[in-house]
Design a binder for this molecule. Structure first.
Ligand code: NOJ
Ligand code: CA
Length: 502
């Protein structure tokens, strides 16, 4: 399939490229940047939500699934973008948010009218709330004065969860999928799709010893897989080449993998690797090992997204050589590569100095939770720890922004060259087979994929190791001057080598 050795590029629309000077990224801005993406080697774009939205969660609160927010341009601008991208050989997938709608969506507005309304049962209502917590903090239930009932929202109170136990919801969603398939898109990224159904007995969730809630009854519920199979069958019946990727709100590989397979999603985001707080090679090696056991479950390879601190800070600790070696793990590896806008430039986090800088609802909630007890300085610091704005800073080629700018990297040219070279190598040698002989020792990581051998020295010390096979090697890529002598390889500090056996 076209996506197996592809490199996807996530575009967080408002922060990417602004074409009309209003400080908000837009479709025409993306169109102008297609040559830039092409020369980088990008095969496919993932567009984050561009639908009309009150933007409580910056677009993940959709009020109309079959239109675009005028801030980003017109529907025609988007159609043109899709066409131009296709002409230059790039696929386009779009983000779909079907777990919840904005409370401004006409469906929810109709449901609010009365308990007898035809759309009432499209959402989840109870006379009394249970203890379920929203993923953005606080209760997941909001009181509706008029009907004296509570509706369920697993995220913000302005994002009401759809009731997927009602088949009418599914049929409405199929029509939306149809609408976009006819516009020529090449696939979908499904937002928090394991949250789709909740347990029907509404039992309280348990809490752990630190009193943190364990989301036992509100995610990954029995029955969700059957619905997801129907959704995937619907899409693949339209066109088997359409690509589906699931966002599963978990960093547990076992949980993530159950959503991937022949009748399910083509892949899912591997947060077990992508969202790690620090670089731990032993852990990475153990995860690669585990990810290899099910060959039909092709993983994703990513270290960045619009929901987490940038890997320049988080994993590379601002070290350009470490960052360079991480590109190898993203590209010359078994799985599908997903880059996030600006990582090819080594961009750093945008950090809010005060409340007026914060746009992310999760960070705002944290700030207001802590302000009364901890005061301004601590509240801002704590908010920044969960602030998803960190990766959403405006890209540097914009003059102004709806949000502050991402931190520019002084080594951006070198980093960009690294991405280009490794993406080109991925296109030439990929797709890569499941890894073998994965080893991590003293900050040295090595693995095989078919005839390709990768050795990365993440340590501050030079290392010498014996190659397992004594044969002529073709060096495909190297960094920081590794030296090959017969069946030994000498790697200076933070050097890397990719070889192919002849
Ligand atoms: C996951 C998205 O990536 C995130 O940005 C959003 O806030 C939640 N889903 C809710 O839609
Ligand atoms: Ca604009």
């Amino acid at each position: 399939m076209w996506w197996e050795k592809a490199v996807f590029y996530e575009i967080y629309l408002p922060s990417f490229a602004d074409s009309n000077g209003d400080g908000i990224g837009d479709f025409n801005g993306i169109k102008e940047r297609l040559p830039y993406l092409k020369q980088l080697g990008i095969d496919a774009l993932w567009l984050t939500p561009f639908y009309p939205s009150p933007k409580i969660d910056n677009g993940y609160d959709v009020s109309d699934y079959c239109d675009v927010d005028r801030q980003y341009g017109t529907l025609q601008d988007l159609e043109e973008l899709i066409q131009v991208a296709k002409k230059s050989g790039m696929h386009v997938i779009i983000d779909v948010v079907f777990n919840h709608t904005s409370t401004q969506h006409p469906w929810f507005q109709s449901a609010l009218q009365s308990t007898e309304d035809k759309k009432r049962d499209w959402y989840i209502w109870r006379d009394r709330p249970n203890n379920w917590e929203s993923f953005f903090g606080g209760s997941a239930w909001e009181y509706d004065e008029k009907s004296q009932q509570y509706y369920y929202h697993s995220f913000a109170k302005e994002q009401a969860d759809l009731n997927w136990h009602n088949p009418a919801v599914k049929h409405a969603i199929f029509q939306i999928l149809d609408f976009w398939i006819k516009k020529g898109i090449d696939g979908f990224r499904f937002d928090v799709i394991n949250n789709l159904t909740v347990s029907q007995d509404f039992k309280d969730n348990p809490v752990d010893e630190t009193r943190r809630q364990i989301h036992q009854n509100d995610v990954n519920q029995p029955g969700v897989l059957a619905i997801l199979k129907e959704i995937n069958a619907y899409i693949k019946n339209c066109n088997p080449e359409l690509f589906t990727v699931a966002e599963i709100s978990s960093d547990d590989l076992k949980c993530i993998e159950q959503y991937v397979g022949a009748e399910l999603f083509d892949t899912a985001f591997n947060f077990n690797l992508g969202s790690q707080e620090k670089l731990n090679l032993n852990y990475f090696a153990s995860q690669y090992e585990a990810m290899n056991t099910a060959a039909e479950k092709l993983p994703t390879l990513f270290f960045n997204s619009h929901d987490m601190s940038r890997s320049w800070e988080r994993l590379a600790d601002k070290n350009v050589d470490v960052y360079y070696l991480l590109i190898v793990l993203l590209t010359i590896n078994h799985g599908i590569t997903f880059l996030f806008q600006g990582e090819e430039l080594g961009l750093g986090d945008f950090l809010a100095a005060n409340l007026t800088d914060i746009r992310d609802i999760q960070a705002k909630n944290k700030y207001f939770e802590l302000l009364p007890s901890d005061g301004e300085v601590r509240a801002i610091a704590a908010a920044n720890l969960v602030n998803r704005d960190r990766s959403r800073g405006m890209l540097p080629f914009n003059i102004k922004g709806w949000i502050g700018s991402a931190k520019v990297n002084e080594s951006e040219k070198v980093i960009m060259a690294g991405y280009k070279a490794l993406i080109a190598l991925r296109h030439k040698e990929g797709p890569f087979l499941p890894l073998e002989k994965i080893q991590a020792e003293n900050d040295l990581l090595s693995y095989w994929s078919g005839d390709i051998h990768v050795i990365l020295n993440f340590s501050e010390k030079p290392r010498q190791i014996e190659l397992l096979e004594d044969r002529p090697w073709q060096t495909l890529w190297s960094h920081n001057g590794p030296y090959l002598a017969k069946n030994k390889i000498y790697l200076p500090e933070r050097a890397g080598w990719i070889g192919k056996r002849n």
